[in-house]
Each structure stands twice: as C-alpha cells, then as structure tokens.
Design a protein around this ligand. Structure first.
Ligand code: ADP
Ligand code: MG
Length: 227
C-alpha cells in the first residue's frame, strides 16, 4: 500500500538528509515507526502524505505515485486517501470541535458532507470521549481532547492510509490503549494501513511490525520485528 523506492530527501534550508533505498508497508498492516528525536520520522510521514516531495526516488500509495503528482493533485489525493494525525494536531482555532472534524469535507469537492457523515462524526467523537464537547471552541480543549479531536478528523473519511504522529503521546494510560484500539479498529474495518510514530515502547507489541528509523539512515530500510 505504501511503497518507497530510492528516496532521497533534504530540506532546502538545513543539514538534514534522508535516504531510503526501499520501504514498503502492505495493505492492512499496522506499523510502528520508532527512532530518536530528529531522525526524520515526521519527515517520512510528510513524504508519504505528499506534503513534502523527494529530491530523488518515488513514494507510492496504492497505485498512485504521490511524488509524481502536481501540487493540487497531491492535495486532493491526501484529503481523500490519507488520514493524518499531526504531532501538533493542526486544529483550526476559529472552529468548534465539530467543524474541525468536518473540515476535510469542506475543502475538497471529492468528499461529500451529508447528514450521515455528521452523524458518523458525532458517533466517532462519542467513542473518543469528546461527544459532549462538539460545540466547544478547539482552543478551549485540554491537550488530550485536542488530540482526540484530531484523530476523529483523520478517521472520519475512512482513509486508506492513516498516518499518526505520536497520536497517543501525552494521554493517560487508559486513554492511550483506548485510542490505539480505536485506530486499529478503524484500520481493520476499512482495510486501511497504519503508519504510526510512537515513543511508547509498551505499545509496540500491539503493532504488526516495528520500523526502527535508525536503520533508514544507514543502508537497508527494513524495519525490525516487534518484540
Ligand atoms: P523526528 O520527527 O524524527 O523528530 P523530523 O522529521 O521532524 O524528526 O526532523 C528531522 C530533521 O529535519 C531534524 O533535524 C529537523 O531539525 C529537520 N527539519 C525538520 N523540518 C525542517 C524544515 N522545515 N526545514 C529544515 N529542517 C527541518
Ligand atoms: Mg516528529
């Protein structure tokens, strides 16, 4: 489902250089991405989502070579196929929780906002434990609530690929497992693929596989197995 080949990337400003000869995630696979801070985990998710484009090589999601699309096509592809839970959530301050969750439906013609979608959004929010906060301004949420709102927004369109950047960081242990289970449930129900950055080593056994980022900066880019 995700296939990276001969990838080379660097930021225009700065020293950071990422080389990934080969990295593949199968359809339906749930992969944890680990590695030290600054090793390029967020950069990888941005490359898969088509937010960044490589200098060399290719990034494919399904049959689409994302790295070969125009800016507009990459954006549409991302909104319809990729659910991204950003490390800093990227909620819109001027919108309430419900409107944040529905936002992807308002910025592309490819997603249709119907009554059914609104109901699904409310149900998802209830499952995430923020069902009573839908009218609350997103600035007036706790850290954990913002995180859960961001997860709802990412899951609502039933994306084929879910990218989660430390989506369970800063949550209490009970919520952490619950959120992870919801992510996994959504992945399984919709035959999606999950790539999740985490620092939480106790969560690793829940994943199918662990990709250790340190390996990507060397030669081979095959992740190790989960403990
Ligand atoms: P991680 O998520 O593993 O902590 P990142 O992918 O965020 O790491 O960053 C990898 C490296 O790239 C870091 O050294 C970071 O400082 C650098 N970096 C991240 N974003 C930018 C940017 N927009 N411009 C220049 N350098 C960046
Ligand atoms: Mg990061």
């Amino acid at each position: 489902m995700i296939e990276i080949n001969s990838l080379e990337f660097e930021y225009r400003a700065g020293e950071f250089h990422l080389t990934m000869p080969e990295f593949a995630v199968e359809k339906g696979e749930k992969v944890a991405v680990i590695g030290p801070s600054g090793s390029g985990k967020t950069t990888l998710l941005n490359l898969v989502a088509g937010i960044l484009t490589p200098r060399k090589g290719s990034v494919a999601v399904g049959n689409t070579v994302v790295s070969g699309l125009s800016d507009q096509a990459r954006r549409d592809f991302r909104i319809t196929n990729v659910g991204f839970v950003f490390q800093d959530f990227a909620l819109l301050d001027y919108l309430n929780v419900m409107d944040n969750i529905l936002h992807p439906y308002r910025i592309t013609g490819a997603l249709k906002l119907t009554g059914e979608i609104r109901e699904r959004a409310a149900m998802l929010a209830r499952e995430m434990g923020i069902g009573d906060k839908l009218r609350r301004q997103s600035t007036d949420l706790s850290h954990g609530e913002k995180q859960r709102a961001a997860i709802c927004r990412a899951l609502l369109p039933h994306p084929r690929v879910i990218l989660a950047d430390e989506a369970t960081g800063n949550l209490d242990p009970g919520n952490k497992i619950r959120i992870l289970e919801l992510l996994f449930e959504s992945v399984e129900k919709h035959d999606a693929t999950l790539l999740a950055v985490t620092h939480d080593h106790e969560l690793l056994p829940h994943f199918d596989r662990v990709a250790d980022f340190q390996a990507f900066q060397g030669q081979a880019a095959q992740g190790g197995q989960a403990p």
